[in-house]
Design a protein around this ligand. Structure first.
Ligand code: ATP
Ligand code: ZN
Ligand code: MG
Length: 308
């Protein structure tokens, strides 16, 4: 595992400078309007990641919403109910909707008292829509199926920290197949990650991690996850060198999604799955934190790697 180079690890630009130079506030923590200068880097990162795309990957792009049924089936409510955002809407007849609007307009109360949950959620991660798509493809080939998926994600974790957003972009490479192929897929990405961060001039280290599971039982699941090495993260100093930020994650779900969606390998066993997630907004913010708020002044090698 790579160690953060001493001295190189202190971010050049502060959170305040990044907020001031690259975002406009919305008044909601963790939700910013992004400037053109920032989006240029997110787009360059997207092209950079496309050049890393595994050969033969099927490419999909997801809308910011997912079907509620999909996330319920995936078991997300057992693990992260506290992070979910549900799309709600005014329903009922004209009279009922009008009453809600009037209540707001007259200042008598909240229009939102009348909303009802719809069949949509805000996507909490990019990879969920992939598993039913993989299931439709039938038995997995020896090398597995590989996908490239991206989308806007939402997590209800409001924070003033520059690296913890409620609304952010995620890109993932997802593999579905036999356990050996899937473990090899994830291992190869963990092995490649230092070069990827290195090409972007980002100090980094890789660590075993756990997901932010809900509740006390969730903490136990988290410890199990670390003990079983199911999740690794690539950490980059964004706010400080002492508490670096997870900008990529490498997740092994074993046969959880294979069983849920009845995805089978050629020997009839439930398929295993893994995903490599690039936090696009976190990587962009890490680049600005590391190299400064003016992308024109970034090291030439970094600009070249990003095609700037
Ligand atoms: P963290 O450890 O910071 O809570 P996580 O372990 O929940 O993140 P994953 O579920 O692995 O993150 O999500 C994949 C990637 O998406 C992360 O590595 C990170 O780059 C990005 N990401 C996750 N949550 C956020 C967030 N709130 N704001 C911005 N990016 C995020
Ligand atoms: Zn994933
Ligand atoms: Mg984490």
């Amino acid at each position: 595992m790579t160690v953060l180079p001493p001295g190189a690890a202190t971010p050049l630009a502060s959170a305040e400078q990044i907020l001031e130079r690259l975002f406009k506030p919305t008044g909601v923590p963790g939700v910013h309007i992004r400037s053109g200068a920032y989006e240029d880097i997110v787009e360059a990162l997207g092209r950079f990641i496309t050049r890393l795309r595994p050969e033969g990957a099927e490419v999909y792009r997801a809308p910011p919403v997912v079907s509620r049924a999909l996330i319920e089936k995936a078991g997300y409510l057992k693990s992260f109910p506290h992070l979910l955002g549900c799309v709600c809407a005014l329903s009922g007849g004209e009279a009922q909707i009008e009453a809600a609007v009037d209540r707001f307009a007259s200042g008598a109360g909240r229009w939102t008292d009348d909303v009802e949950a719809t069949d949509l959620l805000l996507a909490p991660a990019a990879c969920y829509p992939i598993y039913p798509i993989a299931a439709e493809l039938g038995t997995t080939p020896p090398q597995g199926f590989v996908f490239d998926i991206a989308g806007d994600c939402f997590r209800r974790e409001p924070s003033q920290d520059i690296d913890r957003l409620q609304s952010f972009r995620m890109r993932e490479f997802v593999a579905v197949g036999g356990p050996e192929a899937i473990q090899a897929f994830r291992e190869s990405w963990i092995a490649r990650a230092p070069d990827i961060a290195g090409a972007l001039g980002l100090p980094h280290r890789i660590e075993a991690a756990s997901d932010p599971f809900f509740g006390r039982i969730g903490q136990m699941i988290g410890r199990f996850q670390v003990a079983q090495s199911l999740k690794f993260e690539l950490l980059i100093p964004v706010r400080s060198a002492q508490s670096p930020t997870a900008c990529m994650s490498f997740n092994y779900h074993r046969d959880q999604f294979g069983l849920t969606w009845d995805i089978r390998t050629s020997d009839g066993e439930a398929a295993h799955t893994a995903c490599v997630a690039f936090g696009l907004d976190r990587l962009a913010v890490a680049l600005f934190a590391t190299h400064g708020v003016e992308a024109r002044q970034w090291p030439e090698a970094v600009r070249r790697a990003l095609g700037l």
